[in-house]
Design a protein around this ligand. Structure first.
Ligand SMILES: [Zn+2]
Length: 433
């Protein structure tokens, strides 16, 4: 274990806290202020701009009582496994962070520090995987009952194990690097770790479409024909250079409809689910017009840079939290291989707690992409029809409660998106759908 850590806790005269927390705290404040400033200034808080008429979101106006009841029933059936899964994450993280249980279990492993750290990380993730397995099966069973999942238990298990492998490679390696850095620089490891977190976030987001997505789906160019010609013509009219629209074989997993943009620069791509291609062409065009809005504004690049700043700030916070909680968690420092449980627990807590803040910003960016789709197509009636068919097909939560909205809503609700289309129509002098 690094001896300098003990010296750090005693503190040299005039060396401030001596544990390095003061410098990390100042860096956290600076990065946090930059992050808040960038988000406050660049987030489109009012997507339609001033003068748009107020339209109240009202799901009962566009959906039948049967559709509303089905959405409520599906929401009720998925809420319980969803909340239990969240609670399990918090409990596991809480035990790792606030008690010495993780350190004691990992302390039984023998060998050089890196063997103990690797086996410790593997152990923590395997236990977590096994504990949440039944909840995953429960959720998958509900999706099948409602006809949303097309998976067999074989393909479901394969997907889950692939996700698990990915988590081990990404988070596991990050944790091991932190332990190694902390052994070398007990009081300043947060500096290289923050730079590493920033760089890793950018590199991962860039490489994601070409490295990670192909592990889960096969992508083929949208076949030549009227739809492809129309979509590429719309992109050209919009001034967004799009070489290709890719189709993902999402139907091997789900019946849901979706499309997305991922990557940036050389890896940027617009992807539509194969389930979407057979939908009415006007609705597909509107969905792709929304994605063009993301592409035109470089939302993925912007989100990546904000996320990278957040990761760097989060690493400073991680250092401070480790200094504050190490004794409670039964370890001497982050360089102690038994600290991997504390690190995994803190990272997991940080991920869960930052989710609602990310959703607040994401909802505004999604609203701007919706406004872009309306500006480009000038077809609010089809926009409303498209939102309705998406919501019915995907069994979207039509009236999310405040907690669900806070935790899960990366997009405005369907009723909000429809209300915005009506407001857009009012603003542009077109008949309100
Ligand atoms: Zn979007």
């Amino acid at each position: 274990m690094p001896r300098s850590d003990v010296a750090g806790r005693v503190g040299r005269p005039g060396a401030g806290t001596g544990s390095g927390s003061r410098a990390a705290g100042i860096a956290l404040l600076v990065l946090g202020a930059v992050l808040m400033g960038v988000v406050a200034v660049t987030t489109p808080w009012n997507a339609l701009g001033p003068g748009a008429p107020e339209v109240r979101p009202d799901p009962a106006r566009d959906f039948t009582p049967a559709q509303l009841a089905r959405a409520d029933a599906f929401d009720a059936a998925t809420s319980l496994p969803g909340y239990l899964s969240l609670a399990l994450t918090l409990v596991i993280a809480g035990v790792l962070v606030l008690t010495p249980v993780g350190a004691r279990l990992i302390g039984r492993i023998r060998g050089p520090w890196w063997v103990r750290a690797i086996l410790g990380v593997l152990g923590v993730y395997v236990v977590s995987l096994l504990l949440r397995w039944p909840l995953g099966m429960w959720m998958e069973t509900v999706l099948r009952e409602y006809g949303l999942s097309t998976q067999t238990w074989g393909t479901w298990t394969a997907d889950r194990l692939k996700n698990f492998g990915l988590q081990i490679v990404l988070s596991g390696v990050a944790v091991l690097v932190i332990v190694a850095l902390a052994r070398k620089w007990p009081r300043t490891w947060w500096i290289p770790a923050s730079l590493g977190a920033f760089t890793l976030t950018v590199v991962l987001s860039f490489a994601y479409p070409v490295v990670v997505e192909p592990m889960f789906n096969t992508f083929t160019p949208l076949p030549a024909g009227q739809l492809r010609a129309d979509l590429l013509a719309m992109a050209a009219k919009d001034g967004v250079p799009v070489k290709d629209v890719l189709v993902a074989d999402a139907s091997r997993r789900t019946t849901a409809l979706n499309a997305y943009v991922s990557g940036f620069g050389a890896t940027r791509r617009i992807v539509v689910y194969d389930t979407l291609v057979s939908q009415p062409a006007d609705e597909v065009k509107l969905i792709v017009a929304h994605e063009l809005g993301h592409a035109k504004r470089d939302d993925v690049l912007y989100g990546t840079l904000v996320g990278a700043l957040g990761a760097a700030a989060g690493t400073c916070l991680l250092f401070i939290a480790v200094q504050a909680l190490r004794r409670r968690a039964g370890v001497s420092s982050a360089g102690d291989p038994r600290a991997v449980g504390l690190l995994v627990g803190l990272i997991s807590l940080g991920t869960v707690l930052s989710g609602p803040a990310q959703n607040v910003v994401s909802r505004q960016i999604e609203a701007r992409a919706d406004a872009h789709a309306l500006d480009l197509t000038r077809d609010p009636a089809t926009f409303v029809a498209m939102q309705k068919s998406l919501a019915v097909r995907n069994i979207s939560d039509l009236s999310p409660n405040a907690l669900e909205y806070l935790l899960y809503a990366s997009h405005p609700s369907t009723a909000e998106r429809i209300a915005m289309a009506r407001s857009w129509a009012g603003l542009n002098g077109l008949p309100r759908p």
